[in-house]
Unconditional design. Structure first.
Length: 457
């Protein structure tokens, strides 16, 4: 996220200014001009908050170097002068790259915060302590900015949501909400648990899918290299002398010739479709279709589906406080799943039924079509007994245990499957090589070969 400051003038000639946050400069500029158009303003200047490197001195002390984010060089200079420093130099940082903190560092920040909150330490002191310990510069600077804003009396939710690109949308929302909830420690603990589960699931899913995919890709390249480069050198030698080839050798040579003669076409068929698919999945429609399709994939889809229900139930448990305030927790829990299809079914089907027709939670969730019979049964039981909050936590823990166990089984199954494919491919290559090695020229072929040699001599 970046922060932009604009200076504008209304139709009476009066100057106005304000700030905007956006994903990038283009989007921020668009927001500012849309605001200007709606309010008949004339934009005079737009400035982006950047990092400035300064060198200052206090009396005759040793010069101090540092950096500060600001909208202009003059802003930094004036602020340092007011603090009583002699400004030696202020220059804009040429390469102002910032990398988002790894999820593990965000988990560390949230968990340590929860522990310190449990010890009744003031939140401003917690932020001050953790600022110095965070390894990632972006997270360190973000905590510093948030701390400054909170000290100025800014709304905690607005302060955290401003940096959702650093924390993630759901984490930023939960941390911002915690300050206003009256149960800050519990929300921080639940958020840490949520992030940890997401990381654990993604890591396990990578082991189950990405590692085998890379193995298969390398195996594919190895086979192509063998067929296109190594094998033809031997096979074409036999063809040159008119020696008939056995079936497997002849078929492999035919594939080799096709690949060699149609290199551009084959490369296009291998490279272009994945690029088109990747670009499509980046679109809103593509992401929605993918999220819907992935839930229908045998075994893996069921696993992901139950993980989404686990996430939903865990977040719902954290936010739910009573039936009169159930809509907002339902909405936020749906967003936390990260699956657009799951989210859309709850927002467009379940919530309207509850708001417009007054149906119960279980009935509304059933109508959404994204909950299993087990989940619906547990929600129904909790709704009837008035223990829906605790029931949600029980359901989340149940599905966590099941998905962890099934994911381990899936990884083992895929590893066996990959090993079998590698074995089949290696046997096929061995058979082709063995068949080629058994080729022997006939007496006629040998005579013709010797005749050709004598003629050349």
């Amino acid at each position: 996220m970046i922060e932009l400051k604009f200076l504008a003038e209304n139709k009476d000639g009066r100057s106005l200014n304000g700030t905007f946050t956006a994903v990038n400069f283009r989007e921020g500029k668009k927001k500012i001009y849309n605001l200007a158009e709606r309010n008949n303003l004339k934009i005079k200047k737009i400035e982006k908050k950047s990092t400035y490197l300064y060198k200052i001195q206090k009396d005759n002390d040793k010069p101090i170097k540092g950096d500060q984010k600001a909208f202009s060089k003059l802003e930094v200079k004036n602020a340092l002068t007011k603090l009583g420093f002699k400004v030696l130099s202020v220059n804009k940082k040429l390469f102002d790259f910032s990398f988002n903190p790894p999820p593990s560092e965000i988990v560390s920040f949230v968990k340590i915060s929860a522990e310190l909150l449990e010890q009744k330490l003031p939140y401003s002191e917690i932020l001050t302590l953790l600022m110095g310990d965070m390894q990632n510069k972006t997270l360190r600077e973000t905590l510093k900015e948030i701390n400054n804003e909170l000290k100025r009396g800014a709304d905690s939710q607005e302060a955290f949501m401003k940096y959702q690109s650093v924390f993630g949308k759901f984490t930023a929302y939960m941390l911002g909400l915690a300050s206003k909830s009256g149960n800050m420690t519990e929300i921080y603990k639940a958020t840490a648990k949520f992030i940890e589960r997401q990381l654990e699931f993604k890591k396990s899913l990578r082991s189950a899918l990405i590692t085998p995919a890379i193995t298969m890709f390398i195996l594919f390249l190895t086979v192509i290299f063998y067929i296109v480069y190594i094998f033809p050198e031997t096979a074409r030698l036999f063809v040159k002398f008119g020696i008939p080839l056995p079936p497997m050798t002849a078929f492999t040579l035919m594939i080799s010739d096709f690949l060699t003669n149609n290199t551009t076409l084959v490369a296009a068929l291998i490279i272009i479709p994945p690029i088109i698919l990747w670009r499509f999945l980046k679109t809103k429609k593509g992401k929605f279709m993918y999220d819907k399709f992935i839930l229908k994939v045998p075994y893996i889809g069921n696993l992901i589906h139950k993980t989404l229900i686990e996430i939903y139930s865990r977040v719902f448990y954290t936010l739910y406080s009573g039936s009169a305030e159930s809509i907002e927790p339902i909405k936020i829990a749906a967003e936390a799943t990260g699956n657009q299809y799951f989210e859309a079914q709850i927002k467009k089907v379940a919530i309207p039924l509850m708001v417009k027709k007054g149906v119960g939670l279980t009935e509304a969730l059933k109508a959404s079509g994204v909950f299993t019979e087990t989940a619906l049964s547990r929600f129904h039981s909790g709704e009837e007994t008035g223990t829906i909050k605790n029931t949600s936590l029980q359901l989340a823990n149940y599905y966590e245990t099941e998905t962890v166990y099934r994911l381990k089984n899936l990884i083992e199954l895929i590893q066996v499957f990959i090993a079998m494919i590698i074995m089949v491919v290696m046997i096929a290559l061995t058979l082709v090589s063995a068949e080629t090695a058994t080729i022997s020229p006939s007496s006629t072929t040998s005579y013709n070969a010797h005749s050709i040699e004598r003629t050349i001599t």
